[in-house]
Design a protein around this ligand. Structure first.
Ligand SMILES: [Fe+2]
Length: 357
């Protein structure tokens, strides 16, 4: 009996390897090993909630005949849910924002490595997990914004420079428990080392215009109101205001300039973070899951996926939203998202020591 089970297991493994090896994963119609209901759906757990994303999923269904079942919640809730569902989890694909969260998901052991030539050639190496457990699908830059009346952009240069005493009482940024800041500081740790980053963080805190409060939009509004002169925010928050139906929001965006720090020949580039997706370890439909992520990396889907939240496409050569494009082109920090994602906990401790609330 044991031997029979072993043979069956070996046969199943061989079959899986065969299907896995195919360039275009498809359900093998010659076998009855796969129950029929598993072939035509993919269960997506996503912490992104934009109408355009849903239009995109419909596009995938039309193209492939595979239904997309969407579960939306915050990234932490989705990770917890997959963990508690265990072996029985219906989740095939996890989509979330910030490399820090994708790294957390891998630490929790809920994503599986996948091999896809399509994804490996489409997504730059620094925007995906070296082991193939997640792939970046869109990029957001953590930029410096400034009040156009009070600041000349020639005064700005780098994240490091914001710790200079010339910015005393002028810097705004949200709290250290925010993952975007943890990833940014993680990138500084990777680039400069812990000691230099801690000295920087202490200097930055001394320059705060007020104790951290609110989200990135609140920092932009505070800069527009002159509560501070500069702020560190994700690029899409500015674009959202600029393209808003609300005239007040557009007036706020009008007062703001966008600056990409750490440019120039010696600059390492502006910190960029990602939205990304991975296949869940216990996915009941792993082939459809891979096909789905490959679809999201296609040029057509990339345009829609990134534009849905005014992000930059992860795939090179795909067009950027018009308003976003107006802020100009910039050099990206090429540091691997896996690396700064893995440094989030160190970053939080460091910010704590520096008095960054
Ligand atoms: Fe955000």
């Amino acid at each position: 009996m044991k031997r029979l089970r072993y043979i069956l297991l070996a046969a199943a493994t061989a079959l899986l390897a065969l299907v896995w090896g195919c360039a275009q994963p498809q359900a093998d119609t010659t076998t009855t090993a796969t129950p029929p209901e598993t072939a035509a759906e993919v269960n997506l757990y996503s912490s992104r909630h934009y109408d355009t994303d849903e239009a995109l999923y419909e596009g995938f269904s039309e193209q492939t005949g595979i239904a997309v079942n969407l579960v939306e919640a915050s990234a932490d809730e989705l990770i917890e849910r997959i963990k508690s569902e265990g072996e029985n989890s219906p989740a095939d694909v996890l989509i979330t924002v910030d490399a820090g969260r994708l790294w957390r998901a891998t630490e929790e052991g809920i994503l599986q490595p996948i091999k896809s030539e399509t994804l490996e050639s489409a997504i730059p190496e620094n925007l995906r997990d070296p082991e193939g457990r997640w792939f970046g699908l869109s990029k957001r830059a953590r930029v410096i914004i400034y009040n156009k009346e009070n600041v000349d952009p020639s005064e700005l240069s780098s994240y490091e420079d914001l710790a200079d005493p010339k910015w005393q009482g002028r810097v705004l940024v949200r709290s250290s428990n925010n993952i975007y800041n943890q990833s940014l500081v993680g990138s500084l740790i990777a680039n400069l080392g812990e000691e230099e980053t801690e000295t920087w963080a202490k200097g930055l805190v001394e320059n705060f215009a007020r104790p951290p409060e609110g989200n990135d939009t609140d920092q932009i509004e505070a800069v527009a109101q002159g509560i501070g002169d500069v702020a560190i925010v994700n690029s899409y928050y500015v674009t959202r205001l600029a393209e808003s139906d609300d005239p007040d929001a557009r007036a706020t965006a009008e007062k703001i300039g966008v600056f990409f720090p750490n440019q120039g020949e010696d600059g390492r580039g502006t910190h960029v973070n990602i939205s990304g997706a991975g296949v869940v370890k216990t996915a009941p439909h792993p082939e459809a899951a891979v096909e789905f992520i490959e679809y999201l990396a296609s040029p057509e889907a990339q345009t829609i996926f990134a534009a849905g939240n005014y992000e930059y496409p992860a795939v090179e050569g795909v067009e950027v939203n018009e308003t976003l494009a107006q802020y100009g082109e910039f050099k990206n920090d090429s540091l691997s998202a896996a690396e700064f994602g893995s440094k989030n906990a160190d970053a939080l401790r460091l910010m704590d020591r520096a008095g960054w609330k």
